[in-house]
Design a protein around this ligand. Sequence first.
Ligand SMILES: NC(=O)c1ccc[n+]([C@@H]2O[C@H](COP(=O)([O-])OP(=O)(O)OC[C@H]3O[C@@H](n4cnc5c(N)ncnc54)[C@H](O)[C@@H]3O)[C@@H](O)[C@H]2O)c1
Length: 378
Amino acid sequence: MKTIGIIMNGVTGRMGTNQHLVRSILAIREQGGVELSDGTMLMPDPILTGRNEAKLKALAEEHGVEKYTTDIDGVLADDQYEIFFDASGTPYRVPFLEKAIAAGKHVYCEKPIATSYADSIKVAELAEAAGLKNGTVQDKLWLPGILAFQKLKEEGFFGEILSVRGEFGYWVFTGHDTAQPAQRPSWNYRSEDGGGIIIDMHCHWRYVIDNLFGEITDVFTHATTHLPERIDEEGKPYKCTADDAAYALFKTKTGVICQFNSSWDTRVRRDDLLTMQVDGTKGSAIVGLRKCWAQSAEKTPRPVWNPDVDNPIDFYAGWDVIDPGECENAFKAQWELYLKHVAEDAEFRWTLREGAKGVRLAEQSLESHATGAWVSVG
Ligand SMILES: NC(=O)c1ccc[n+]([C@@H]2O[C@H](COP(=O)([O-])OP(=O)(O)OC[C@H]3O[C@@H](n4cnc5c(N)ncnc54)[C@H](O)[C@@H]3O)[C@@H](O)[C@H]2O)c1
């Protein structure tokens, strides 16, 4: 058994607590660590850091974590911690990463790395120049629905993939109706605080499309702020300065056309909060977060256009549920790979440089919106 010290910063937030602390690091501890190639178990040893001692104490006690501190500089100077992880609010990430890199820590962080490409590539280059292992969360790649899709793709199920239609989002209550408080933090709707659906979601779409369908070459986006006012955590109305819906088209090197709608102002009548319809010459799939449904050429119905009668075909029939096999929590799966990368130099492709591409796509999507033109994605 070998331990690896991890500074976990900003984990009192939603993502930090649920996905990174509880479902990843503590789950890894509970299973006895991560097995390295020589059979040694690598046990994460976390210390929680943040600004608010009372919140850190409460979180640590609730989950039986022994160590927490508000003295980030002190803990960065401590050699028993090799890794610095950040899930704080987006605007604070880069200064934290810079400090951690200067202190010689390997770094891993939530997405987006920053709100500007210049900042995100700057930290990627700093980590690379210092020879530090670095990574950013690209969790969607380990979702059961997406793993099932990958399995189908590898089997050649789709023939040639032609197009993808992604639908993402749900209704986020504004909070005006007190019976239905807002279910996401208010900073998400203020661009000055790092909010906006494009910076939030297009950095996911970048690695999803690049890895599943083909590297993005061009983007066209129309963004909007459908709902101009929401209610914050203190019950006060605030002006929404960030985009809350984005309608985007992406061209890829493989020729696959991807169209993604992302919206916090839409009501769901589809199979999941994210679905991607993938149409290929030999088959199609609906890829959700946890499930994937596939229809082969043989099972494809022959509809006839006649709006005067109810369609006799049940379009939901004729789809098979694809089993991806045993799946871990997506965040945990990526954490295990990152820990192996740090401990024994195992392959890890999901670097800060890769994450910076997502920030660049977000920037270029906003540019497309501003100019009304296609933007070539470098
Ligand atoms: N991978 C995903 O699917 C996914 C989903 C949601 C959010 N995120 C990302 O995770 C990050 C956190 O989002 P969240 O929804 O958990 O937000 P949140 O508001 O719930 O949490 C933010 C955390 O940052 C801390 N924080 C804020 N200002 C700070 C400062 N100055 N110094 C130190 N800590 C500070 C807060 O105390 C809190 O712990 C964001 O960057 C967001 O884009 C990723």
